[in-house]
Write a protein that binds this ligand. Structure first.
Ligand code: UDP
Length: 491
């Protein structure tokens, strides 16, 4: 009887948060479970479901289905169709989106009571998931979208206030060294106090779950951080990534998150015309918005460096119908005539990022260090120019540069609360150009960083193959969850 039970697929319910940086990796992880024969349901709102149904890798619907719950537009005062953080134009509407996401608790609970799973995998931004799981007598796993290194760093700062006091709300606390971790980490600041408290309370709740799912592979976080996490929290972390590597075909890589704003074929044929490692890819994720004067500095730097580029600018920054006068606020005169099509592409809106990063012509990625972008670059073996903006991105930067040596810093020091914020400090075109040249002009330092990045790329690809670390973790987790299910007393 036991043998028959253990073969019965798990019924897993995933609840991703409504932002690309959470939705994309969680749906890729859901797909990984489904491709291993487990019965997965992704619970989300209609417009997210609409895109997901077209863009998830093709899996038998017996194993992967989407259940929708309506988004409460009227209750929170958002226009209909706005169901993702990346579609909110300002801080006020992103607050409304968060409030709406919290109201999904009731319809999700109603659904689960009728159709209880064997395990709930919920985003840590939904603090009610653990209580729901307890009510249904099922385990739950948490997902926060961070690397384990970053979780360790946040936990250390949070739980040692006497060593690392937070001096002042929302301001730089000066440079300091964190010494409790496996490596000494030099920080030029930390999360603003309000943000740290919010994340802290979410992380505390997450520790009540049966484990943490991490979109990373053990070799990049390092055994030393995995041990540190277990010994300092008593909690178990499951490294199952990089999740983006589940996407194999051009179409699967291109249709991820949102519809691409460019023709995938044109983008690929442009990249095909370029030498290996000769193109700089610049993108600051789905939520960062830079002011015109900062974009101007970037434009000057890439032109002065002389390197080819693909530069992604969210639509809020570059409106399609801009006049020449408006454009010149963020683009030097004649920039487009001199560069576009020949030396570079500007993508206004959503870029097929994983497809671009996996092209051999891409030689470096200037990134805001969002965790997904970071682990996607690592999976593709691409070194990074790090330009963190907000949230935990400054901590990810440390893993990339100081700890693993697969990138160089641009020198950003302003810790913002969100990506929308007006920045007080500009990163100068000089600093940007220097960082670009450090990686893109050949030289000893660049070669060493590139070869380390390529080694981690190979390790990432090995991790998800049969016998690799993430693959083994996945099988062990499935077994664990089945054992939990099958040892449950019959009600
Ligand atoms: N992304 C994309 N195209 C874009 C912008 C973002 O495909 O034009 C994807 C990117 O590949 C990543 C996610 O959106 O999977 C962004 O997550 P990340 O953690 O890097 O940053 P966030 O947007 O959460 O700040």
């Amino acid at each position: 009887m036991e043998g028959v039970e253990i073969k019965r697929p798990l019924k897993l319910h995933f609840i991703p948060y409504l932002a690309p940086g959470h939705m994309i990796p969680m749906c890729d992880i859901a797909t990984i479970f489904a491709s291993h024969g487990q019965q997965v349901t992704i619970i989300t709102t209609p417009s997210n479901a609409n895109f997901l149904s077209k863009s998830l890798p093709s899996i038998d619907p017996l194993f992967l289905r989407i259940h929708t719950v309506d988004f409460p537009y009227q209750q929170v005062g958002l226009p209909s169709g706005v169901e993702s953080m990346s579609n909110t134009p300002d801080l006020a509407s992103s607050g409304k989106l968060y409030a709406g996401a919290m109201l999904l608790q009731e319809p999700i609970q109603n659904f689960m009571e009728k159709d209880p799973p064997d395990c709930i995998i919920g985003d840590f931004l939904y603090p009610w998931v653990h209580d729901l799981a307890s009510k249904l007598w099922v385990p739950n796993l948490a997902f926060n979208g961070f690397s384990l290194f970053t979780v360790c760093l946040m936990e250390t700062l949070r739980t040692n206030p006497s060593i690392y006091p937070h001096m002042d709300s929302d301001s730089d606390s000066g440079s300091f060294v964190v010494r409790n971790l496996p490596h000494p980490i030099t920080l030029s600041g930390r999360l603003p106090k309000s943000s740290e408290e919010f994340m802290g309370s979410m992380l505390e709740k997450e520790l009540k779950s049966n484990g943490l799912i991490v979109n990373n592979f053990a070799e990049l976080d390092g055994e030393e951080y995995i041990k540190y996490y277990v010994s300092s929290t008593g909690h178990k972390a499951w490294h199952l990534g990089p999740a983006s590597l589940i996407r194999k075909t051009v179409q699967e890589k291109a249709e991820r998150g949102q519809e691409s704003a460019v023709s995938v074929q044109e983008c690929l044929s442009w990249l095909n015309s370029k030498r290996h490692n000769s193109v700089l890819y610049i993108s600051f994720g789905s939520l960062c918005r830079y002011q015109d004067k900062q974009l101007y500095e970037i434009a000057c730097a890439i032109e002065a460096s002389g390197h080819d580029f693909i530069w992604v600018i969210p639509l809020n920054n570059g409106k399609e119908d801009e006049s020449e006068e408006e454009k010149q606020k963020w683009l030097p005169k004649g920039f487009e005539e001199r560069n576009i099509g020949k030396k570079g592409l500007i993508i206004r809106g959503w870029a097929p990022q994983v497809l671009i990063l996996s092209h051999p012509a891409v030689g470096a990625f200037m990134t805001h260090c969002g965790w997904n972008s970071t682990v996607e670059a690592v999976g593709a073996g691409v070194p990074m120019i790090t330009w963190p903006s907000h949230g935990e991105q400054f901590y990810n930067e440390k893993l990339i540069t100081e700890v693993r040596g697969i990138g160089v810093e641009v020198g950003a020091t302003e810790w913002c609360l969100t990506g929308f914020e007006e920045r007080e400090k500009l990163v100068s075109s000089d600093s940007i150009e220097k960082a670009v040249r450090r990686l893109m002009d050949s030289g000893d330092e660049a070669e060493k960083i590139r070869s380390r990045a390529q080694e981690f790329g190979e390790k990432a690809r090995r991790a998800i193959q049969e016998g690799g670390s993430s693959h083994k973790n996945l099988l062990a987790l499935i077994d664990d969850l089945k054992r939990l299910r099958d040892s449950k007393p019959i009600e």
